[in-house]
Design a protein around this ligand. Structure first.
Ligand SMILES: [Zn+2]
Ligand SMILES: [Zn+2]
Length: 852
């Protein structure tokens, strides 16, 4: 061990052992105390925790320990999001079974978290790949199936050719797989969906009722849900009134600007509209071209829009004018009705298409003076619009919709961009979807008594595509729970985001075996009071978990509407200009930092280097600085132990046994030193101590300003060292000095404890305390100490600042006036002049007016 560092290895091992042996952070429901549920997003057990991961756990532990000290009953659990592709890919690569790979990683990562000293209640640990866990989501799947909230449908889905599986829309980023970055291709497949669209409106509404969430996450969710209000109506095909084409528009006021209409190439009506064999061939060629593009490419703003003009025309019901009909790639079957009226005057994509295909453009809103753009989407007055002329847009929308309704050709309509959640995966390492296909009964859900449908172990993983379960006869061939005849099992597994949609509920009663969770336990702990996790989950996990919670509520399992009351999205840890990650090769290992500096130092650095929501740049000087600070605190306390009264027994009024029994003692340990110091430096120093309490509490509590909280603690330590140096030991004020230093040291340990729990717990014990620092009350600033006894008063002569006075607070006006006129810096400006007037503003200002 290097000699210039405090013995962090012994200290950290010692306290981790004590916390574990005494089960200090084990909790149970206690209705007599306020609860606080603190939760970090649980990790995927991918192998090793590195410093890029540590940040979220350091933040969670800080908040959990802080809340303990504030007297809360704190639930702070940890578990494993244990299903997923990497385990399967590792198995294919190295021949290790995913079960082995996953549990080995869990064991290693658990030991890492324990060596970081995070205050988890380890008795609540869960792993989602355990059948006793996924059994319950299979049961919920069956209940969702009964209510039409889960369904199977053949549809065009996002296919990742590298992962060999379907992806939900939320899992496609810029046309690429969220996990591996491969380009996603469309594929027609029978797939399972959760009907999240049934909850679109409620998910959207609640975005306005989650004040503890970052606004940018709520904005991403609102945009993803994408509510638009408008109208739906029929465009009859010219000469064929039996063939109305239903269109949706958010701008019914622009109908008089319709110069063409578009069908999505996949639209089922295309085959009825197109009857000529040559045209059918052209349509087939066009469809083939479009099918090679992803939805993202088709709707991208910056690329040419492809179209095929059909022979048929449609009729605008407002003015009976026929307009051309196209197939175009930029219209998607999955949005609205899969067909649009095109109004290039007021829609940018329609404007571009019209330009590219030489179609007329009619303006239906008066442009502001000087407008030189293309399509105009701003506000204005209607023109070229028949009975809508002269109206503002909002009013014109209402009138146009009324016209559609009264003529029986349309209705007002709300649309959402949100699509149903595709949950089937054609891979092995996930929870089996609990349904069977019977020769006689068709699709049948597994009987509840047969759950869980356990994932078999003896499977061949080739990575060649298709679900590996499909090749396993012992799994596939089963008995129909309805008729007892032969049936085949579904071989798709569930998206692993289903497991992470309810793990926070499982933590409330993790060993409960007669249901998903115990009702009273969940009622006590839920919702999560503070959730912490990365912004990358803004429309993935965070949306799914909200939806799933509402489903559980509607199934009568819980009363809560929302799972997470407050959310903190921490920034990334950056090194060498990129996010710290194994694939980028810029990882600083947690083991390395712990071995060289200690866990407390690694945590302090990450909490100090940036505000939690901002990205954090790793740097070696920063971690050295954090290490130096902790060593300074250590040396000061150990070096002054005898003066600070270290090693003495606890006061007789607080016997150790009673203290141990009480979770949160009310004895305020710092009050022992709280007598009023007799000297001005003593008073000023005590004020610093209590101002620091106030600042640190405020920084943690209000805005998560952990970095400025640490800066304040560092300033307090500086002030402590300065006070110690300035007030010699053995002087007249020695009693004051020792009491004040003890108050400062104990306050420092309280405030620093949640950031660096090991070193502070050890020093707390060295000071003679027999009960854990984390069972102490968080200090409260003493208002008397905060009170200033002296203030600086500015002296102005004829409007110019000429001096400053240090005077007692609320000193008499006459006294202040006398001091001002007699001050050395002020006197030259009044000496040879006549003082006309002196105005004293108490505690702030003396204003002197003179005349020659
Ligand atoms: Zn992929
Ligand atoms: Zn059957």
């Amino acid at each position: 061990m290097s000699t210039d560092r405090y013995p962090f290895r012994e200290i950290e091992a010692k306290w981790q052992r004590i916390w574990q042996e005494t089960k200090q952070f084990r909790v149970s429901e206690d209705p007599s105390r306020p609860k606080f549920y603190c939760l970090e997003m649980f990790p995927y057990p991918s192998g090793r925790i590195h410093m890029g991961h540590v940040r979220v756990y350091a933040i969670g532990d800080l908040l959990a320990r802080y809340k303990w000290m504030r007297g809360y009953n704190v639930l702070h659990p940890m578990g494993w999001d244990a299903f997923g592709l990497p385990a399967e890919n590792a198995a294919i690569e190295h021949g290790v079974h995913p079960v082995i790979w996953t549990y080995e990683n869990i064991d290693y990562m658990r030991s890492q978290l324990q060596k970081m000293g995070i205050s988890y209640d380890w008795d609540r640990e869960v792993a989602t790949c355990d059948p006793s866990y996924y059994k319950w989501e299979q049961l919920i799947f069956i209940k969702m199936l009964e209510r039409g909230l889960a369904y199977r449908k053949r549809s065009t889905v996002n296919w990742c050719p590298s992962c060999q599986t379907v992806l939900a829309n939320e899992q496609v980023e810029d046309g690429r797989c969220w996990r591996c970055g491969s380009e996603v291709t469309p594929k027609d497949i029978d797939a399972w969906f959760f009907k999240i669209t049934s909850y679109a409106e409620e998910l959207l509404e609640w975005c306005d009722r989650l004040p503890g969430w970052p606004e940018r996450v709520l904005t991403m969710q609102r945009n993803w849900i994408g509510k638009s209000e408008g109208a739906e109506f029929d465009l009859p095909v010219e000469g064929r009134p039996d063939l109305p084409i239903r269109v949706f528009t958010t701008r019914p006021d622009t109908v008089f600007g319709m110069t063409y209409a578009v069908l999505a190439p996949e639209h089922p009506l295309v085959d009825r509209v197109v009857r000529d064999p040559a045209e059918r061939e052209a349509v087939a060629r066009f469809r083939a071209e479009v099918s090679r593009q992803s939805e993202i490419e088709r709707t991208a703003a910056d690329r040419p829009k492809r179209g095929l003009r059909l022979a048929a025309r449609v009729v605008n019901p407002f003015n009976n004018a026929p307009v051309p009909l196209f197939l175009a790639d930029y219209v998607l079957m999955g949005y609205g009705t899969g067909a649009i009226m095109a109004v290039p005057g007021e829609d940018e994509r329609d404007w571009e298409f019209a330009e590219q295909h030489g179609l007329p453009i009619i303006e239906t809103v008066k442009r502001p003076d000087g407008f030189t753009g293309k399509a105009y989407t701003g506000d204005g007055v209607k023109i070229n619009s028949g009975f809508l002329d002269g109206l503002p847009i909002a009013e014109a929308k209402r009138r146009a919709t009324d016209w559609l309704v009264s003529h029986g050709v349309g209705v007002g309509k709300v649309n959402y961009r949100l699509r149903d959640w595709g949950i089937s995966r054609q891979r092995y390492w996930g929870a089996p979807i609990p349904v069977l296909y019977c020769e006689k009964d068709g699709m049948v859900p597994e009987a509840e008594k047969n759950l869980p449908v356990a994932l078999p172990r003896d499977v061949q993983l080739s990575g060649k595509g298709g679900s590996p379960l499909a090749n396993l006869a012992s799994f596939v061939n089963a008995t129909c729970p309805k008729c007892g005849g032969r049936a085949k099992r579904e071989t798709d597994t569930m998206d692993t985001f289903v497991e992470s949609s309810w793990y926070f509920l499982r933590y409330c009663s993790p060993r409960y075996d007669t249901g998903m969770f115990e009702e009273n336990a969940a009622a006590y702990w839920m919702p999560v009071d503070q959730y912490i996790g990365g912004i990358e989950h803004a429309v993935l996990h965070l949306l799914y978990a909200r939806f799933y919670t509402k489903v559980l509520r509607d199934l009568g399992l819980t009363k809560i509407d929302e799972p997470f009351m407050a959310l903190l999205s921490q920034g990334m840890v950056i090194k060498d200009g990129a996010k710290m990650s194994k694939s980028k090769g810029n990882v600083v290992s947690d083991d390395f930092v712990r071995e060289k500096y200690g866990a407390d130092t690694g945590r302090l650095f990450e909490l100090f280097a940036a505000p939690p929501e901002k990205d954090l740049e790793w740097n070696d000087q920063g971690i050295e600085g954090a290490s130096r600070f902790l060593n300074r605190v250590w040396r000061f306390v150990i070096g002054h132990l005898s003066e600070l009264g270290g090693g003495e027994a606890p006061p007789p009024s607080a016997p150790p046994d009673r203290l141990r029994a009480a979770t949160v003692p009310t004895a305020a340990t710092v009050s022992r030193a709280a007598s009023v110091p007799t000297t001005e430096p003593g008073r000023a120093f005590r004020r610093t101590i209590h101002e620091t309490i106030h600042r640190v509490t405020d920084d943690i509590e209000r805005e998560f300003h952990f970095n400025t909280a640490i800066a304040a603690i560092m300033e307090l330590v500086n002030a402590l060292q300065a006070f110690e140096a300035a007030s010699g030991e053995g002087t007249a004020a020695a009693a004051d000095r020792a009491a004040l230093m003890r108050e400062a040291v104990e306050t420092t340990l309280h405030l620093l404890g949640p950031f660096c729990p090991h070193v502070t717990e050890e020093l707390w014990e060295q000071l003679g305390h027999r009960e854990s620092l984390f069972k102490q009350r968080w200090p409260v600033a003493d208002p008397a100490a905060l009170q200033k006894t002296e203030v600086t008063v500015v002296v102005q002569v004829d409007g110019k600042v000429r001096g400053r006075l240090l005077v007692d607070v609320d000193a008499a006006d006459d006294r202040v006036r006398q001091l001002a006129l007699g001050d050395d810096r002020v006197r030259p400006w009044v000496e040879h002049r006549r003082v006309e007037k002196v105005v004293v503003v108490p505690n702030r200002l003396v204003n002197i007016v003179t005349r020659a």
